[in-house]
Design a protein around this ligand. Structure first.
Ligand SMILES: Nc1nc2c(c(=O)[nH]1)N[C@H]1C(S)=C(S)[C@@H](COP(=O)(O)O)O[C@H]1N2
Ligand SMILES: [Mo]
Length: 303
């Protein structure tokens, strides 16, 4: 049974990927091939470096989503139970138009684009993911951010009946995260609603999740139900669990090791026998785009 299901799934994904590659080449020669669409206006990185995305299977079968268990294959196995329709995101706090924004209304208002990003987990593995989504700044713009706001606090859905992992106190639930407002407004920060041109699977954070490619993966909070604009630095789940190991910023930095392991290199998921360790890049390779956000900060202290 399991085998048959798996094979079916695999065949379908191969087709999807073939279509995806074909669409990319149809999009127009070099620009699409180099992933220029993946980076928008800040093209310096993409212009020099083509990113080859991981397979759909890598991206959707090897996950961290502790609400569904701490095993890498738990999310793919259990997250299907999460009800994602209907869905709304409450945007509140320091905004002109607070309220519950229906997912469908958000999608109608946003322009979905493709972003091929490196994704680097704090556990020192990485992937390249072809996300579909929109800039977080555009969603915040819908609600009208007030000038006193300095941070955005994010919250994941908490549905104990559908989330077998939340009966364990691995983290405080609901999962919460936060960004400084300028980080949130940066054009590289997106809300992802798809992968390889399909709706984002539950295990990857359906129906919409944050993706901040220059930060460790845990900042990219899944299945977001609330965003609160505030003038106080928000609490974050991993910082609450272990403040010495996980800071608020959590920018990818090969020069600052995790207390229990090196962050100088990473294991690229996929490729089977050819899976390799590669050096980790400062800000996960997005240094040119984002380093100005941290001017004057000591990145060895403000972890
Ligand atoms: N709500 C929630 N969001 C989460 C997590 C989680 O456990 N719960 N795990 C984080 C971690 S540690 C990583 S590495 C990424 C993994 O995203 P992926 O499974 O799409 O690769 O999601 C992040 N977002
Ligand atoms: Mo992670």
């Amino acid at each position: 049974m399991a085998m048959r299901w798996k094979n079916t799934l695999k065949d379908r994904h191969v087709t999807d990927e073939a279509m995806f590659m074909n669409r990319r080449s149809l999009m127009g020669g070099a620009a699409a091939g180099l992933g220029l669409a993946s980076i928008g206006a800040t093209g310096s990185f993409a212009a020099t470096d083509a990113l080859e995305p991981n397979s759909y299977e890598d991206i959707t079968q090897y996950n961290n989503y502790y609400e569904f268990g701490t095993g890498k294959d738990d999310p793919a196995q259990y997250a299907g139970a999460l009800t994602t329709k209907p869905w709304s995101v409450t945007i509140d706090g320091m905004v002109d138009k607070p309220g519950a924004y229906a997912f469908e209304d958000i999608m109608k208002a946003m322009t979905i684009e493709e972003r091929i990003y490196r994704f680097r987990c704090v556990e020192a593995w990485s992937m390249v993911v072809p996300w579909n989504g929109f800039e977080l700044a555009d969603l915040l713009g819908m609600a009208g951010v007030q000038s006193a706001a300095k941070y955005v606090a994010f919250e994941t859905a908490l549905v104990p009946d559908e989330m077998p992992g939340v009966k364990y106190p691995v983290l405080e639930w609901p999962y919460v995260e936060g960004l400084r407002l300028d980080e949130a407004m940066h054009p590289l920060s997106i809300m992802a609603t798809g992968i390889y041109g399909k709706d984002i699977p539950n295990q990857n954070g359906a129906p919409l999740r944050l993706v901040v490619p220059w930060k460790y993966g845990f900042k990219s909070i899944k299945s977001v139900v609330r965003m609160t604009l505030t003038d106080k630095q928000p609490a974050t789940s991993w910082n609450k669990a272990n403040p010495r190991e996980y800071g608020f910023y959590s920018n990818v930095n090969p020069e600052v090791d995790h207390p229990r392991w090196s962050q100088a290199s990473e294991r690229m998921i996929g490729g089977g026998l050819f899976s390799k360790r590669v050096p980790t890049l400062m800000m996960n390779g997005y240094d040119e785009e984002v380093s100005s956000l941290y001017a004057g900060m000591d990145l060895s202290k403000d972890i």
